[in-house]
Design a protein around this ligand. Structure first.
Ligand code: FES
Ligand SMILES: [Fe+2]
Length: 440
């Protein structure tokens, strides 16, 4: 089967970045039961979800001590809360009296968490401050016996990461090559300008599979041919030993195979050029020269315009989409000034359903908009849960999710025999290999 060498299909054309480990992948079929079976879902939960680092919160959204965020993953609910010493700690959202959730809020500020059932009061550092009738407990005053159950929690890239495994390895080791690449963007102070969530009738892996390949772009997102070179031969694919994937797709260009040798300059690219003091007229008949010219201008002017992190970035990172599959359940697409974060969480009641989050972080909305095709202009500041099928999340996520729902319907059929992948879809097989390495 394919080795790391021939999975990096684009490299004979252009080296966009130093490659990763690209471990061997299996040739196993990817059968439908992986997306439908309750047994498989339970194995995934017990042996994989409870052993991995999960991207859950955002530090900047908890600025003061006592500020908290609550995130659900499968059957669990986790409180992340800012401490007196400014650190963030994570606790199960579970009262140790008789198991009630402490809060149904998704975020807020609390001097104490007061359990709604019998009013036990928990400090945000996990200590139990007061209970009703403390003298009536045969095993002693609960305040001297109990604390909230704490979870391993780390902060990186401005995100709060939590692991349900008390014996987990450090986050840096888990992230492998993602650590240094994401550090370079200096995203700690980027803020969330788009936050949409929805429940989707498909298994969580269907969406991550989709985000593990760009083979669907010409069919599902034909509009991206006006901003990216979609041809796999020009695209770099990498897989890491830790289970994460990367795809680097050239941006600030057009898809030659879709748009021909001498296309008109799209308006969005012309706007981006003007922003960087390039005259679109100088590139008449030379659309395919724009990308490198833009890189030079961004390099030259970026730092004086406040883009200090450009000095950390490779030329390719200035113009090209750097797309990462963070194992197991996130997909992050970086442009030089923004990142689209999409996250899939399992539905604890149904393997054929999941929660989908579509978030965008940036320091500079105007620039990120033209570089990424994210429709921020209409949705800036939108924070909502939408009903799948009734409200739009934006054109591109609507396209991806619609096709994922179609696929789920086919995956549950006995007529599906396990797939037939191209090399450019190897990251899907790798994703399932990594899941299997946890659940064996
Ligand atoms: S369950 Fe929380 S106080 Fe009783
Ligand atoms: Fe897509």
């Amino acid at each position: 089967m394919a080795t790391g060498e021939n999975q990096r299909v684009g490299n004979e054309v252009t080296d966009l970045a130093p490659g990763w480990d690209n471990p061997e992948i299996s040739e196993l079929p990817i059968e439908g039961f992986r997306y439908t079976s309750v047994d498989f879902y339970e194995k995934e939960w017990n042996e994989m979800w409870t052993k991995v680092w999960l991207l859950l919160g955002r530090v900047s959204e908890m600025p003061s001590k006592g500020d908290y965020q609550v995130e659900e993953v499968g059957v669990e609910s986790i409180i992340m809360v800012r401490q007196d010493d400014d650190s963030i700690r994570a606790f199960y959202n579970v009262c140790q009296h008789r198991g009630s959730r402490l809060t149904n809020n998704t975020q807020g500020h609390a001097e104490v968490f007061r359990c709604p059932y019998h009013s036990w009061e928990w400090s945000f550092d996990g200590t139990l401050l007061s209970v009703q009738d403390p003298e009536d407990f045969p095993r002693g005053n609960p305040c001297e016996e109990l604390t909230l159950v704490e979870l391993p929690c780390e902060v990186f890239a401005g995100f709060v990461w939590v692991n349900l495994d008390p014996d987990c390895k450090p986050l840096k080791e888990y992230l492998g090559p993602l650590w240094d690449e994401w550090l370079a963007y200096e995203i700690d102070d980027w803020s969330r300008v788009l936050k949409i969530s929805t429940q989707v009738p498909c298994n969580w892996k269907v969406i991550q599979d989709n985000f593990c390949e760009s083979y669907h772009l010409p069919t599902v997102h034909p509009q991206l041919a006006d901003s990216h070179e979609e041809n796999y031969a020009y695209t770099q694919f990498d897989m890491s030993d830790e289970g994460h994937n990367r795809m680097i797709m050239m941006g600030a260009t057009l898809s030659r195979s879709m748009r021909g040798e001498n296309p008109d300059l799209p308006v969005s690219l012309a706007e981006r050029m003007k922003h960087w003091d390039l005259d679109p007229k100088d590139f008449d008949q030379r659309v395919y020269d724009v990308r490198l010219a833009l890189q030079r201008k961004m390099r030259e002017l970026g730092p004086s315009r406040g883009h200090t992190h450009y000095s950390n970035l490779r030329d390719s990172q200035l113009t090209d989409s750097h797309h990462y599959n963070l194992f197991p359940n996130c997909s992050l697409t970086f442009s030089a000034d923004g990142v689209l974060l999409q996250r899939m969480r399992p539905d604890p009641l149904d393997p054929q359903s999941c929660l989908f989050d579509h978030w965008y972080y940036t320091k500079n909305t105007e620039l990120a908009d033209s570089a990424t095709n994210i429709e921020l202009t209409d949705t800036e500041g939108l924070h909502e849960t939408v009903k799948y099928g009734e409200q739009s999340m934006g054109l591109i996520p609507d396209q991806d999710i619609a096709i994922s729902v179609m696929q789920q319907l086919g995956l549950r059929s006995s007529g599906f025999k396990g797939g037939f992948l191209s090399s450019q879809e190897s990251r899907i097989r790798r994703f399932h290999d990594v899941i299997d390495s946890y659940i064996k």
